[in-house]
Design a protein around this ligand. Structure first.
Ligand code: ARG
Length: 461
């Protein structure tokens, strides 16, 4: 009979148990469930609600249950709905009446909420750490390519030459904000919900402050109804993970393009590619592709939790049991991506000659020519027009921009001079972009210094 079996004449049908169970996935909360129960039991004894000896027995037995679970020496079954029931039943089985005191002044509604918060508190730090490893790999590759020039793209058309380091460090920036969003969500979820009971608190004289300190929460929930009903913290974490996945997906797309035969800018190490079962010549960027693909399921989990919560009246509704699978899946997926990505970035082979060649089209320096005219006092809009005319002139004469002679240039705009003929080098184009945040060598060197310093520091939580 279930722990709540008192008012029921029959036990639930097997099909019902199978349909309503969450033990198949919430068992991963066991450690946090035990941590919460131990703090709760100690508090009950401190407050004189249960005997001190019972609390001691409960805490010691919970330690043993944890060990049993970790050794694989604990039976999980859909007879008992969830991890909370499993652990409480095991406690009662060993301790009898003493174990039957642990759930005093507590509901699974505040208990499950506590467990998810404790779990996410740990997971977020682990993910932030893993994202930092990815940033380190990007910075390492950027360091090696701080003089490698490739075409920067807008509209996936060649735009202006940029340093490969600059391109890679753009992703380091995005991932920094991802870490920021996760840590920010962590601050908001780092609140003790236990003590809210099923919905309205308890008539017993519990000491929530004791539990808050024991579990190291900076704050406790002010409203018991909010505490048991809300999963906006799960939404926030999934939103942050979705944005991270979006960023990973964009990086993946860049790398997949770069490795295509048309680009041939780089290639992943054999250890990070797979072949085709049919075409012997193939070497595919599957890790980047799978990561791009997995973004879909992370978005799916976000959509799922938002939809689960949207029509729910206060407070706890069983729908909320559906909060966990998507969350766990998203966390596992992100860990999966981060278990391969840093090494894949570290071990890729870059082809700087190929990149430079692609960036050497003199058309990419057309803006530089317009800016040169600005230096001579020409208003930018006019300068833009004049260079546009030169581009047309060159095209009509079957020439590249750097093949136009001084006389020809002068025929299009009289401000033309010798110096302007030297603008068509991608190295110069990079070198001259020396404003803060730009792709210039000096600027990128400073970015690298920032990242090396920043990633050596201990992250602030
Ligand atoms: N298994 C449930 C969940 O994951 C625990 C809370 C159940 N509470 C209830 N009153 N049935 O949400």
């Amino acid at each position: 009979m279930a722990l709540w079996g008192g008012r029921f004449a029959k036990s639930a049908a097997e099909s019902v148990r199978n349909f309503t169970e969450s033990i198949s996935y919430d068992r991963r909360l066991y450690k946090h469930d035990i941590q919460g129960s131990q703090a709760h039991a100690r508090m009950l004894a401190e407050a004189g609600i249960i005997p001190a000896a019972s609390a001691e027995a409960i805490c010691a037995e919970l330690d043993r249950i944890r060990e049993r679970i970790e050794k694989g020496d604990f039976t999980f079954s859909s007879e008992l709905e969830d991890i909370h029931m499993h652990i409480e039943s095991a406690l009662i089985e060993k301790l009898g009446d003493e174990g039957a005191r642990v759930h005093t002044a507590r509901s699974r509604n505040d208990q499950v909420n506590l467990d998810i918060r404790l779990y996410l508190r740990d997971e977020i730090l682990a993910i932030a750490d893993a994202i930092r490893s990815l940033q380190k790999a990007l910075v390492e590759q950027a360091q090696k390519n701080k003089r490698t020039i490739l075409p920067g793209f807008t509209h996936l058309q060649h735009a202006q030459p940029v340093l490969m380091a600059h391109h890679l460090l753009a992703y380091a920036e995005m991932f920094e904000r991802d870490i920021g969003r996760l840590l920010d969500a962590r601050k908001r979820l780092n609140v003790l919900p236990l003590g809210s009971g099923a919905i309205a608190g308890t008539t017993l004289p519990i000491d929530r402050e004791f539990v808050r300190k024991a579990l190291d929460f900076p704050a406790m929930s002010r409203n018991s109804m909010d505490a048991v009903a809300s999963r906006d913290f799960t939404c926030e974490v999934l939103a942050a993970l979705s944005i991270f996945a979006m960023n990973i997906s964009r990086l993946s797309e860049d790398l997949i393009l770069w490795m295509s035969q048309e680009f041939s800018f780089m290639v992943f190490s054999d250890a990070f590619c797979t072949g085709s079962s049919l075409m012997p010549q193939k070497k595919n960027p599957d890790i980047a592709e799978i990561s791009r693909g997995k973004t879909g399921r992370i978005y799916g989990s976000l959509m799922s939790i938002l939809t689960i919560c949207k029509g729910l009246p206060l407070t706890y509704n069983r729908d909320l049991q559906e909060d966990k699978e998507g969350l766990f899946d998203a966390i596992d997926t992100v860990h999966g991506i981060l278990s391969v990505y840093p090494e894949m970035i570290r071990t890729m082979t870059v082809f700087p000659d190929r990149m430079l060649q692609a960036a050497s089209d003199p058309g990419l320096m057309a803006t530089d020519l317009a800016e040169e005219l600005v230096r001579k006092g020409v208003p930018f809009r006019h300068a833009h027009h004049k260079v546009g005319s030169l581009v047309r002139f060159a095209a009509e004469h079957g020439k590249k921009l750097n093949e136009v002679t001084l006389e020809e240039m002068k025929s299009v705009f009289p401000e033309a001079d010798e110096e302007m003929l030297k603008l068509f080098s991608p190295e110069r184009a990079v070198e001259k972009r020396d404003v803060f945040g730009a792709t210039g060598y000096r600027q990128v060197e400073q970015q690298l210094e920032f990242w090396n310093r920043h990633l050596a520091e201990k992250p602030e939580v």
